[in-house]
Design a protein around this ligand. Structure first.
Ligand SMILES: Nc1nc2c(ncn2[C@@H]2O[C@H](COP(=O)(O)OP(=O)(O)OP(=O)(O)O)[C@@H](O)[C@H]2O)c(=O)[nH]1
Ligand SMILES: [Mg+2]
Length: 289
């Protein structure tokens, strides 16, 4: 059952008044079962208790409204301050990193599409030269979208490709350079060394981490540890559509200090949207009300 369904159930009999402590227990279970990390659940419940310190009992409808506010506030704090469409920097160089399968390449294709629809010009660097098929995958998207992909052969130096793409953008006065990278190499150390080198050579203006919304919170922690000494500026949360439980986004928003820029919400090219806390809240609470 999803967070939405569980809250829907809880909402039944909204006029009923129950003890605050009972709510605390109910919420604790619901949130944890929905993939919200323990640390985040405790934060949410702490806020909830603080808001209702003087109350012993609370009406279900009021309690659910209160929870909604706390959840929205967590998501609001993860909103970015920078509008990538309006930085004025040309080209704006964005490097993508993330564990394999979290949607780096897909995000680059969709972001290219999004940027193109917003009148921006884009070049992509196919700097995942490790995984078989990676270059073809990004080239395929480039062809579909009419966007230039700078690529070499498998095994070539990813930094050199990123560098070429930046040169290409400068020579043609393009708006964006998007750098795809590998999600896996022989060892994690190789991967990290490579990410550092690409960063050093391409000096990206922004580095985005892609994460999978379906991943339980331990996978999020794993990503944080795995990338602990590679700085990134923002997060793209993909596969929100496949997250049956629906709570991981709150952990991501709460546990990472970097803002969330985009959400991947489906399989189609247009299924990348600017991060929108209200959209997530509406998805969860929409029918519960
Ligand atoms: N349903 C759904 N699928 C997605 C979404 N984003 C990405 N995917 C799928 O997830 C799979 C992996 O995406 P990729 O873009 O190849 O991931 P990657 O991070 O580039 O992976 P590596 O190149 O192996 O490191 C693909 O099958 C995508 O179609 C999303 O928002 N929703
Ligand atoms: Mg990829």
């Amino acid at each position: 059952m999803s967070l939405k369904e569980k809250l829907g159930n809880l909402f039944k009999g909204s006029k009923e008044e129950i003890e605050i402590s009972k709510f605390r227990d109910e919420y604790f279970e619901i949130l944890l079962e929905s993939d919200v990390s323990l640390e985040t659940v405790e934060y949410i419940l702490g806020k909830f208790e603080n808001k209702h310190l003087k109350q012993k009992r609370i009406m279900r409808s009021e309690a659910i409204e209160s929870l909604k506010e706390i959840l929205l506030e967590i998501l609001e704090r993860a909103k970015p301050e920078t509008d990538i469409l309006g930085t004025g920097k040309k080209p704006l160089i964005i490097m993508f990193l993330g564990i394999n399968g979290t949607g780096k390449t897909t995000t680059i294709a969709r972001l290219s599409y999004f940027l193109k629809n917003n009148g921006k010009t884009v070049v992509v660097a196919a700097s995942d030269t490790f995984r078989a098929g990676a270059i073809e995958q990004i080239k395929y998207h480039g062809d579909e979208l009419g966007i230039r992909v700078i690529a070499q052969t498998m095994g070539s130096d990813p930094s050199a490709i990123a560098f070429d793409a930046i040169e290409h953008a400068r020579a043609r006065n393009l708006d964006f350079v998007l750098i795809d990278t590998a999600g896996r190499m022989q060892t994690n150390k190789n991967l990290m060394d490579e990410m550092r080198k690409i960063k050093r050579v391409s000096k990206p203006d922004m580095t985005f981490l892609t994460v999978d919304a379906m991943a339980a919170s331990d996978a999020i922690e794993q990503a944080a540890t795995f990338l602990k000494d590679i700085k990134f500026d923002g997060i793209v949360v993909n596969k929100l559509d496949t997250d049956a439980r629906g709570g991981a986004i709150f952990s991501i928003a709460h546990m990472f200090k970097e803002p969330i820029y985009f959400l991947g919400i489906g399989q189609k090219m247009g299924d990348l949207m600017l991060y929108d806390p209200q959209f997530i809240i509406n998805k969860i609470f929409g029918e519960a009300q």
